[in-house]
Design a protein around this ligand. Structure first.
Ligand code: ADP
Ligand code: MG
Length: 393
């Protein structure tokens, strides 16, 4: 099992989670949740909520804002705790290990199940300062409704999970989708490295063909990756290819589909030309018939995406709806339309609250590691509580 970093661990009590969940619920309708509302939702006796809030604040699980009234909002760390706790209660995993990836808008950690199986946990962080070109409209969107980061990150995770599952079921080389809660996706751990780190290949031509074939096959299934590049393609020692990172995928019926498709194709050509000196003239079919390639050897969108939308039904069935897709596209493209507030009738408090084992699962989390990209010892365990002085919040 994964090693615990004693100093950095904190245990959260049942009341802590109750109050943290109350803040989350309040955020459905309030950017800053009035303290009285938190108290009313949490329903702790004798002003207990206020004492708990103080401690949650101390550990940066909530943020205090008294500019308009005495109120609180969740931090990403607080949201992490809620998702992790839920997944641990479900028995999906029981320990969190080192950070293995920092994406543009995500953090990826190793997690381990009780039986020792190691998986990957992706925590979506939409709205975090992005390496991507910052779009003014996107900032505008988030600032108008700054509690939307919760909603958007949850959507991104749900979408990623739904696509990963559907793609896996159709034989695409993707991590297997294990579970999803809030902004958190649990998937199988991919052996190997992002293509960007690979300096040499045994068979660059074969790998190139395989990767280009994936873009084409996706389009045949009605989908475009939209971020298909050397950062989102993993490759192992046997040169097996796995694609990752799906929150930005769109349907071939999207109005900019052809542009996205061409951009994905071009990324691959460019990377293989520069890194592996591949030349592509000879790739052109010269029998003239049924070719999906243009005169530069590029697959053409129009020749592939005739039979679209094959995966749409499954994706809807997985809980990721057309409206969810619209909302997330507005964010990712920086569209000007406003994003609606999250639905108010999902994510029930009852899920965790009625768990009879609630008290028997002490949850210890290294707070710092989740916040900071350069920390590597985030750990959590349900059976190692004696390794630290338990912090009674
Ligand atoms: P982002 O959407 O923020 O770009 P990614 O899904 O691309 O996030 O993940 C970022 C990095 O984390 C990847 O480049 C990869 O190195 C690592 N990573 C992501 N998923 C996995 C996985 N299932 N197994 C192993 N490493 C992963
Ligand atoms: Mg990525």
């Amino acid at each position: 099992t994964m090693k615990l970093d004693g100093d950095a661990l904190r245990y959260l009590s049942r009341d802590d989670f109750r109050v943290l969940t109350a803040v989350e619920m309040g955020m459905r309708n309030h950017e800053i949740v009035p303290a009285e509302l938190v108290d009313r939702i949490a329903g702790l006796k004798h002003g207990g909520t206020y004492k708990v809030l103080k401690n949650l604040l101390k550990h940066k699980l909530v943020h205090h804002d008294s500019s308009k009234y005495d109120g609180f909002r969740l931090t990403y760390l607080g949201y992490d705790f809620l998702a992790i706790k839920t997944l641990v209660n479900r028995g999906v995993f029981s320990a969190v290990g080192r950070q293995i990836g920092v994406g543009k808008e995500s953090d990826i950690f190793e997690v381990a199940a009780e039986d020792g199986t190691v998986m990957a946990m992706k925590l979506h962080r939409l709205g975090r300062v992005s390496f991507r070109a910052v779009k003014a409209k996107r900032d505008y969107l988030l600032h108008r409704n700054s509690y939307n980061w919760l909603y958007l990150s949850r959507l991104a995770a749900l979408k990623e999970y739904a696509f990963m599952k559907a793609l896996g079921e159709h034989g695409f080389p993707v991590p297997s989708a294990v579970d999803c809660n809030r902004h958190c996706v649990i998937m199988s751990l991919v052996e190997g490295y992002p293509l960007v780190q690979v300096k040499q290949l045994q068979n660059p031509d074969e790998v190139f063909e395989k990767i280009l074939g994936l873009v084409v096959r996706l389009a045949e299934h009605g989908l475009i990756h939209c971020d298909f590049n050397e950062f989102n393609i993993m490759i192992d020692d046997d040169e097996k290819v796995t694609m990752i990172d799906f929150p930005q995928m769109v349907s071939v019926s999207h109005r900019n589909a052809e542009m996205y498709f061409d951009r994905d194709v071009e990324c691959i050509f460019k990377f293989f030309r520069k890194r592996f000196n591949l030349t592509f003239q000879e790739e052109v079919d010269d029998d003239g018939s049924e070719s999906i390639l243009d005169e530069n050897g590029r697959p053409t969108f129009s020749s592939i995406a005739k039979s679209a939308d094959c995966l749409d039904k499954q994706l809807a069935a997985s809980g990721f709806t057309r409206r969810d897709q619209d909302d997330i596209e507005k964010y990712i493209e920086g569209g000007s339309e406003e994003i609606d507030s999250p639905d108010s009738n999902d994510e029930p408090l009852a899920d965790e609250d009625q768990d009879p084992d609630e008290n028997s699962i002490p949850l210890a989390v290294n707070m710092d590691a989740l916040c900071l990209a350069d920390q590597h010892n985030f750990s959590m365990s349900s059976d190692d509580k004696d390794t630290t002085g338990e912090l009674q919040l």
